[in-house]
Design a protein around this ligand. Structure first.
Ligand code: COA
Length: 383
């Protein structure tokens, strides 16, 4: 029996900044952001959006009544937790109306968390025929105003329904994971922003890809030509390309060209959204599937997941017959087009707005799921 991604959707908040505006405001050549880093727009959240609302907005439209009755696992991969103890997935379970006899948990390992969730979900549905799992990768990526990482911020969620006989991507058991205790990016408890060693982080990402890819080739006797596309974790769109180019050194020019073209298709959404941390790899997968005319059922896709700290994994999936009918390209393009562009002062005001009930009450955000109040440390949501 096969298991994998049966439904796939993303949600981003309704605001963005243009990277030319941000570059000019920071006295940087816009070419650095658009070409050097590879970002055109960056999603921005208001205080009414947290990981619960972003995740709920990504998942709500995916689920039928039958799905809600058969989901046994709700897993939220995130590094933007709102609580040290209670999992946001528990709130999400209620908001989405999932049947009560389910497990709801949050998974953390920087940008890798949702991949651990996906693998757990896959194994669960294989062992429990007919049952389903909901995996959501959701983050609000914040480095701080005027910081080196500011152009690599973003926010949003990717929801995946994991089932047997999936209708989009069947996941293989072939995978290689790697753990290395490295301080390249981390956020000590209570800190609003991460501590980042940018050059070490970039180098560890590339080195991790080379290591898991080489180990994968050794273990499974597979080579580049076995793959129709490769998706990467995308903290900014140039990052995955650097790793891909490092791996492609000395590889046949036709194979390289094909994989680089697929890579460009996989970053179309990320260029407009920015960094989703855990969600970035899966936004890349969605972008590839919704932009590529060269993939067909049976096409094999490699996925490289990386979470600073560091855990990496290379795993694979195969497109299923009819997968295109289960994508929502038009809705996703509308979601991106209908966002409001913020000026840099408006972005800075939203970014620094204090999370108080007074500010929540004043907010004009009409996003379907939103945070409306916090009383006695309990968060209240509008559905
Ligand atoms: N036109 C075109 N490209 C330009 C440019 C211009 N005017 N000015 C600079 N660039 C290029 C640089 O040559 C460089 O390209 P390269 O990486 O291919 O050499 C790129 O833009 C970035 O410039 P750099 O000077 O390295 O930027 P930075 O010191 O501000 O660091 C990050 C950029 C992304 C590494 C930094 O923002 C960061 O630390 N991010 C967080 C950590 C992270 O995302 N790690 C990734 C692994 S998860």
């Amino acid at each position: 029996m096969l298991a994998g991604i049966d439904k796939l959707n993303f949600f981003v908040p309704p605001y963005y900044v243009d990277m030319t505006d941000l570059a000019l405001a920071r006295d940087v050549d816009p070419g650095k952001f658009h070409i050097g880093i590879g970002q055109d727009q960056m999603a921005v959240t208001s205080i009414t959006q947290d990981i619960v609302t972003l995740a709920a907005n990504a998942a709500a439209h995916l689920l039928t009544k039958e799905d809600k009755e058969t989901i046994d696992l709700v897993i939220l991969g995130t590094e933007s937790s709102i609580d040290e103890s209670k999992a946001a997935a528990v709130i999400l379970h209620r908001l989405l109306g999932i049947q009560p006899f389910a497990r709801s948990i949050e998974m953390k390992e920087a940008c890798y968390g949702a991949t651990a969730g996906l693998q757990l979900a896959k194994d669960y549905v294989l062992r429990h025929p007919g049952r389903k799992a909901l995996v959501i990768a959701c983050d609000i990526a914040r480095y701080g105003l005027n910081s080196g990482g500011e152009p690599t911020q973003g926010a949003g969620a990717v929801a995946m329904l994991v089932t047997e006989n999936p209708r989009i991507l069947a996941l293989s058991d072939e995978s290689v994971a790697l753990t290395q205790d490295i301080y390249d990016f981390w956020r000590p408890t209570g800190e609003a922003y991460p501590v980042v060693d940018g050059p070490l982080s970039n180098a560890t990402y590339i080195d991790s890809f080379v290591k898991v890819w080489q180990e994968y080739q050794n273990r499974y006797q597979q080579d580049w030509q076995a793959f129709d596309a490769m998706c990467f974790h995308i903290p900014y769109t140039k990052m995955g390309k650097k790793a891909l180019l490092a791996g492609l050194e000395g590889v046949d020019a036709n194979i390289s060209e094909t994989l680089l073209t697929r890579y460009e298709e996989s970053i179309a959404y990320s260029r407009q959204v920015g960094n989703l941390y855990t969600g970035s790899l899966y936004l890349g997968l969605l972008s590839l599937l919704e932009h590529s005319e060269n993939l067909v059922p049976g096409s094999k896709i490699g996925l490289f997941s990386y979470g600073s700290g560091a855990v990496a994994e290379f795993f694979t999936g195969t497109l299923v017959a009819g997968y295109k009918q289960h994508l929502q390209k038009t809705a996703h393009q509308e979601l991106l087009q209908n966002r409001q562009k913020l000026t840099i002062p408006e972005y800075e005001a939203l970014f620094t707005k204090e999370l108080t009930n007074e500010n929540l009450a004043k907010n004009s955000d009409q996003t379907p799921y939103r945070l409306v109040a916090i009383k006695d440390q309990v968060r209240y949501y509008q559905e």
